[in-house]
Design a protein around this ligand. Structure first.
Ligand code: PEP
Ligand code: MG
Length: 394
């Protein structure tokens, strides 16, 4: 057993030495971040902040929905601010010295709002029992009915929500900037990056970018700590990929969201389609593998290549990564290497496989890299010696 472990360890080191792709992880808690780091993740490529609004915190979301006027909404956001700040401080601490890409809120509304049917049943039962109406339930039902969407995945999500609900993104950005300032004061090396979801048009990103810069500057002045966070965007809609040249002018980085990009390119609902007809499609050979698992090189992949080329032409220093499920799919990592991305980001458990595949892809595209890698097995050790970085377990 010890020999096999040693063999795997050696293989990982060789892959690390050969690969060009950095491997990051998708994580939203300090625990997951620490686990990812132990598996060798070189940063967090996607921290989904909507996961932080579930459970008990739904009541803040409800308060925001029910808010009548700016003052009430601001109060709900102010109550969320310290909770979000603590979320980000924990993750930045776990990943000290490594990049942490924090995505602003991207909830499909139906996953957030109280269930409309449950509410309607509760209100109707109370009415039938002759009890006086529950004012909160009645107000929530009216709000949820007003906000109902037939296609929430194509609705008020991501940047759209941020532009429609005043103060929402500003609260999150303030929490991030204050967490960075706090970590810096504690002697850490926080490297937060702010990512905007579901951008279709450069105008959306420009508006958010202006707001982010204003808030970060205000926090820098208040705290006396010079906070600086790169601002980038997900590329997860065909329109964003096709207009990547203009979007790149407002972005420090792109991260391909291949889950939504697959959904919107094929027109398959990512939540429903597999059960409905994917097995028949696989049997009939329409595709060899689900495009939600393995990158569709001809369609989605072509959009990625267009966005890479146009993004880099417009903004040569643009950093490029992928954080959809495909980022950890062994059959897709090679594609991202060929497409010239800087990193893939995947679930913590897939990090070792992504490291191996990234190494394999580098050797396959340039066999000399294998010999080269053998000569520099210390490359990963060099990476690992960056501030705050530890040696991975594998
Ligand atoms: C994506 O769409 O690929 C992505 C990473 O975002 P999410 O899965 O959270 O929509
Ligand atoms: Mg997405």
């Amino acid at each position: 057993v010890r020999d096999s472990v040693r063999h795997v360890h050696r293989l990982m080191l060789e892959a690390d030495a050969a690969r060009h792709l950095e491997v990051r992880a998708n994580a939203d808690t300090p625990q997951d971040a620490a686990r990812a780091r132990r598996f060798g993740a070189e940063g967090i490529g996607l921290c989904r902040t909507e996961h932080m609004f579930l459970g008990d915190r739904r009541r803040f979301v409800e308060a925001m929905i029910l808010a009548e006027g700016d003052a009430e909404r601001s109060a709900a956001l102010a109550a969320l601010l310290p909770l979000q700040r603590a979320d980000f401080t924990g993750i930045l601490e776990a990943m000290d010295g490594l990049p942490v890409t924090i995505r602003l809120l991207d909830p499909p509304l139906h996953e957030f709002l109280p269930d409309r049917t449950d509410l309607a049943v509760r209100v109707a039962r109370r009415e039938a029992s002759g009890a006086p109406p529950d004012a909160r339930d009645t107000a929530l039902l009216a709000a949820v009915t007003r906000m109902h969407e037939e296609n929430p995945m194509l609705g008020l999500r991501g940047v759209r929500l941020g532009l429609v609900v005043p103060g929402l993104f500003a609260m999150q950005v303030r929490a991030i900037a204050e967490a960075v300032a706090e970590r810096e004061r504690a002697g850490g090396t926080p490297r937060a990056e702010i990512m905007v979801p579901l951008v279709d048009a450069v105008e959306e990103l420009r508006l958010v970018r202006d707001e982010v810069e204003r808030v970060v500057e205000a926090v820098s002045t208040e705290t006396g700590v010079e906070v600086s966070c790169p601002i980038g965007t997900m590329i997860e809609l065909p329109r964003a990929a096709l207009t990547a040249g203009s979007i790149a002018q407002e972005a420090d980085f792109f991260s391909f969201g291949t889950n939504d990009l697959t959904q919107t390119t094929w027109g398959f609902s990512r939540d429903d389609v597999e059960a409905a007809f994917f097995s028949a499609y696989l049997e009939q050979g329409v595709f060899q593998a689900s495009p939600f698992e393995t990158i569709d090189r001809e369609g989605v992949g072509r959009l990625v290549r267009i966005a890479v080329a146009e993004g880099r032409a417009a903004h040569p220093g643009l950093e490029l990564g992928v954080c959809g499920e495909h980022g950890g799919d062994p059959a897709s990592v090679g594609f991202f290497h060929e497409a010239g991305l800087d990193y893939v980001s995947c679930s913590p458990f897939r990090v070792p496989v992504a490291r191996l595949e990234a190494g394999r892809a580098a050797v396959a595209s340039s066999p000399a890299a294998a010999g080269h890698a053998a000569e520099r097995p210390d490359r990963h050790a060099q990476r690992a010696s960056r501030p705050g970085s530890d040696r991975p377990d594998m």
